[in-house]
Design a protein. Structure first.
Length: 288
């Protein structure tokens, strides 16, 4: 019995290098991206983040058509498109009657339709699926280095601006009037968000890039109201989803990226039902 459990849990990672690289990529993404997911939930920006994760597709598609599945051209193409979309959304919000969420929805749908069209013109359906959903089991050393660099940058900046970023989630006007760090903290957050979305794209594709970042953070909010506790808890949830999703993928013969996101989403749903704070169970207990 013990041998069977050991084989189930450890043999895939012990025997196959691609499983170890996939696990390393997921773990690094969890460390760097999930804390940003906590900030996104507090700022009520989950849908904006989702729009940004899809908006990089046209730049990635152009780089793919020009250079193939090369990490750095696709990274630079996605980064350029993401910056352009954020800038255009800001202009639309400022100079039209569109709200921020509507502006991002407009650009998100336009971007993903443009990207899919570009890829479909000269590539196969397999290439399109790779860009949309990624292939974490095929991640190479170069992509893993990119993900690691993004995580190191994120952790360093969050450590330096943690106080300002927390205050901005609850009272941005106070931050701007007293600490004079509002603009820096806000700019740093958006830069880190874009960098982590680009890094996650290399492993999980444009449609799944936000999953490992935001779903564990949503789950953590149902178990604690302390942001200092929510950070490590969300990372732990992300690591659990990574290991479990990869094992489900290996033994169940299903795509690895969607399996990881599916586990993370299931954890979020279960937490919404059974968590300590704000869940279905806690609300029913208070009413009873």
């Amino acid at each position: 019995m013990i041998t069977t459990i050991t084989d189930f849990l450890f043999t895939p990672f012990a025997d196959y290098a691609f499983m170890r690289r996939a696990l390393a990529a997921c773990a690094v993404l969890a460390l760097g991206g999930t804390p940003l997911g906590v900030f996104m939930t507090l700022r009520r920006m989950t849908l904006v983040g989702d729009a940004m994760s899809h908006a990089i597709l046209p730049g990635v598609a152009v780089a793919f058509l020009a250079f193939g599945l090369s990490v750095w051209p696709m990274t630079l193409g996605g980064l350029a498109t993401g910056i352009a979309v954020a800038f255009i959304a800001s202009l639309l919000t400022r100079y039209t009657q569109l709200k921020e969420d509507s502006a991002f929805a407009l650009l998100y749908l336009l971007s993903i339709a443009t990207g899919v069209t570009l890829v479909s013109l000269k590539s196969s359906g397999a290439d399109l699926l790779h860009l949309l959903f990624g292939d974490i089991l095929a991640i190479d050393r170069e992509a893993l280095l990119l993900v690691t660099a993004a995580t190191c940058l994120s952790l360093g900046v969050i450590a330096a601006l943690y106080r300002q970023m927390v205050i901005e989630c609850f009272d941005p006007d106070f931050l701007k009037s007293t600490l004079h760090g509002g603009n820096a903290a806000n700019a740093a957050f958006f830069v880190l968000l874009m960098v982590n979305l680009i890094a996650a794209f290399q492993a999980l594709g444009t449609l799944m890039a936000l999953g490992l970042m935001i779903l564990p953070a949503i789950a953590a909010r149902f178990w604690t109201r302390n942001i200092d506790a929510a950070m490590p808890l969300s990372i732990a949830f992300a690591l659990f989803a990574s290991v479990t999703g990869l094992l489900v993928s290996y033994h169940g013969k299903i795509p690895a990226g969607p399996a990881v996101v599916l586990v993370a989403g299931t954890m979020g749903f279960v937490s919404a039902c059974l968590g300590r704070y704000g869940s279905v169970r806690s609300n029913l207990s208070e009413r009873g």
